[in-house]
Design a protein around this ligand. Structure first.
Ligand code: GLA
Ligand code: ZN
Length: 687
């Protein structure tokens, strides 16, 4: 955070990767198509291909019978055109013989129903056989391709997720708990508050994973189960990479992370902050529903920016966009095609926030089965002449001009804290508003004003060092350990500015509420204490008067008792009318703010404007622009690379206040220019 970064070549490539998931295994009886692929790869300006993701049955059609010749040829063909291979391990889907012969690889769902063979992403993470089989095929891949000059990176499995409730997993869960609670069942009972509804366990064997047909009311159990799922997934992953680390220690390892799509919030089911530590490179699959009918293009772009800044911040280094679609997907409710220009704009947005790649699912549209209508670089027409192909090729040409940007990072003085465990606990909490908690969305609402102004934000997790940032924003930090509280205290004491909101500091890491009122350290930091949290119906109206302006609130209002804080804003109505809604407090060398109500965008804009002024924080690039235009910057020691992106349907004037050079056209620009609808300009300037 803060200081400018050395370049980090996460993939060891010093050029932007452009390409995607390539499934020649679906076309092995069509050498003509495979030959066309090679020509089309060149025409599309693509250079990197994720191969083998679901190719297990082509690699090992029968147990112990291996066919690598086809993959040898693919490697060589890609190498001949100067391309690189991102080699996948095939564990995301398995051959039928494997499920048939070793049924314990099949998952059992939360209703304790054993699943049949089929689909994908559905194995038991604990199964010894599956672990052995995946390690075996991975070893063979590493032995055969580990020294191939085209090999760039390992793509481990595909979009890890889901959970298994089989007996082996129950045993593993109990062992995990025994270790966590030092083999002391009483500690577990205490931490989980099990006397509630007579749920006290008298033997470890009574513990079962949460289930709709069994236990689901013990929040400590739910939380630990989710933690276990993350750990067990990582343990499966670690088992997969044993031979790769041994045979190819210099080849970086990634796996593709996801986002939950409708609201475009971080993937919920796994704690990526833990997973990140096991990867060399973070990568993710981005499928925003561009041109949807429920939000503006700029709103959606802001959300994409937020996730990018979260995934970039997980390792504080550039990441990869490993999948995206050149046009529409096949699994949204409405699978709208990207309008002309949107493909380049949305791709460059990823680069602007720290991606060193634009990769697609998929290279060639499959002919049959469920993804035959998913967007692809090469359509069923096998042509390089259609609109989508041409837009892809144009993105490739642009990326070729951005090699200097590879490895650069962003410089942020502002951080927002996102915590997966907090999200799990807050969603589990029965109370507040069942449908209005919206923790990740709330973070996005705070992020918006910085995104609009072109102020870089790191979205960090709780174990990261936040001592380097000037402004730390922790909305809705419901679950917070004593340790985190004490780190927040040190942060403010040493001069940091901290913003906290309603529904924060309520439970500890076991999801047990703090007793005796708000935590003493929090009271000291903030000079106040929350007394009650009021939950509002959608039609309830109330307002906060803050610095002579009035802002509407919704969903939540905290009744506050001041000790030494200043009231910066007061509630207008209800039984807490004229009591503090927003407070500030000097603590040590720093300052803290508590926002008691869920307030609207105009409030966030004005509130943070004041803070930015106090902290002398300014946009990273001197570019004047209107709403819906996003200016994002990547930097190295010498240069700023500035991405100016029009996420509106209108033309937009933007003004460069210093002379910059367009990285695509080479043109020098000063002063005002006009951006067309969805246009993006990428410029460099000395920093
Ligand atoms: C995911 C998967 C891909 C493909 C795409 C479709 O990201 O990883 O295999 O199914 O979705 O959008
Ligand atoms: Zn299992």
């Amino acid at each position: 955070m803060m200081s400018k970064h050395e370049k980090t070549y996460t993939t060891q490539a010093n050029f932007m990767l452009h390409g995607g998931d390539y499934n020649p295994d679906q076309w092995l009886d069509r050498p003509d198509i495979l030959a066309d692929d090679v020509k089309l790869m060149q025409l599309s300006h693509t250079n990197a291909f994720s191969v083998g993701i679901f190719a297990w049955s082509a690699l090992e059609p029968e147990e112990g019978v291996y066919h690598f010749e086809w993959l040898d040829e693919i490697f060589d063909n890609i190498h001949k055109i100067g391309g690189r291979v991102i080699l996948a391990t095939p564990s995301g889907a398995r051959p039928a013989w494997l499920s048939q012969k070793y049924p314990d690889v099949l998952r059992v769902n939360e209703n304790r129903l054993k699943q049949l063979h089929g689909g994908r992403h559905n194995h038991c993470f604990t199964s010894e056989v599956y672990r052995e089989k995946t390690q075996n095929i991975n070893r063979l891949l590493a032995e055969r391709y580990g020294n191939h000059p085209a090999l760039l990176m390992w793509h481990i499995s595909n979009e890890y997720g889901g959970e298994c409730h089989c007996e082996k997993c129950q045993h593993a869960f109990r062992d995990w708990l025994k270790e966590k609670f030092d083999h002391n069942l009483k500690s577990l009972n205490d931490a989980w508050w099990t006397p509630f509804w007579s749920h006290t366990y008298s033997e470890w064997s009574q513990i079962e994973s949460p289930s709709p047909i069994g236990e689901n009311a013990v929040h400590g159990l739910n939380l630990d189960w989710r933690r276990f799922i993350t750990d067990q997934t990582i343990s499966f992953f670690e088992n997969e990479i044993v031979p790769l680390k041994e045979l190819t220690p210099n080849i970086p390892i990634t796996t593709n992370f996801m986002a939950d799509t409708h609201d475009l919030i971080p993937f919920q089911a796994l704690d990526y902050s833990k997973f990140a530590k096991h990867l060399d490179v973070i990568s993710w699959d981005a499928y925003p529903a561009w041109h949807n009918d429920w939000e503006t293009t700029a709103d959606l772009a802001m959300k994409v920016g937020f996730i990018n800044d979260l995934y970039r911040s997980l390792k504080q280094q550039p990441f990869l966009l490993l999948e995206s679609t050149p046009s529409g997907v096949n699994w949204h409710n409405v699978n709208k095609a990207k309008r002309p220009g949107m493909h380049e704009l949305s791709s460059m947005q990823m680069i602007a926030h720290g991606s060193d790649s634009v990769m697609y699912f998929q290279w060639r549209k499959s002919r049959g089965s469920s993804e035959k209508f998913h967007g692809a670089v090469v359509d069923h027409d096998n042509s390089s002449e259609n609109r989508v192909f041409k837009e892809v090729a144009k993105v490739g040409e642009t990326l070729e001009k951005l090699s200097k940007v590879v490895g650069t990072n962003r410089t942020s003085d502002v951080a927002i804290l996102y915590d997966w465990e907090n999200n799990w606990a807050i969603n589990d909490a029965q109370g507040f508003g069942m449908e209005t908690k919206r923790y990740p969305q709330t973070l996005q609402e705070h992020y918006r004003t910085f995104w609009e102004q072109g102020i870089s934000v790191d979205v960090i997790t709780k174990e990261q060092d936040f001592s380097g940032c000037k402004l730390l924003i922790v909305p809705m930090l419901y679950l917070v350990s004593e340790d985190t509280i004490s780190r927040l205290k040190t942060f403010v004491a040493n001069g940091g500015t901290l913003v906290m909101t309603y529904i924060s500091g309520i439970v500890n890491e076991h999801d047990l509420t703090y007793l005796g009122g708000w935590h003493q350290d929090l009271q000291e930091i903030f000079g106040m204490k929350p007394i009650e949290t009021d939950t509002l119906y959608p039609n309830d109206k109330n307002y906060v008067n803050y610095h002579n302006k009035t802002y509407q609130l919704k969903d939540y209002a905290t009744v506050i008792e001041l000790t030494s804080a200043n009231a910066e804003g007061l509630y207008q109505d209800d039984f807490y009318a004229n009591t503090p809604a927003v407070t500030s407090h000097q603590y040590g060398e720093g300052k803290s703010y508590y926002i008691g109500a869920r307030l609207n965008d105009p409030f966030h804009r004005d509130f943070y404007k004041g803070l930015l002024k106090d902290l002398s924080l300014e946009p990273a690039a001197p570019v004047k622009h209107g709403k819906g235009v996003s200016v994002q910057v990547r930097q190295d020691h010498q240069k700023d690379y500035v991405f100016v992106m029009n996420f509106t349907e209108e033309t937009q004037p933007v003004t460069f206040e210093s002379t910059v050079k367009d990285m695509v056209t080479g043109e020098e620009i000063t002063g005002e220019i006009t951006l067309e609808k969805y246009e993006v300009r990428i410029v460099e300037k000395n920093s």
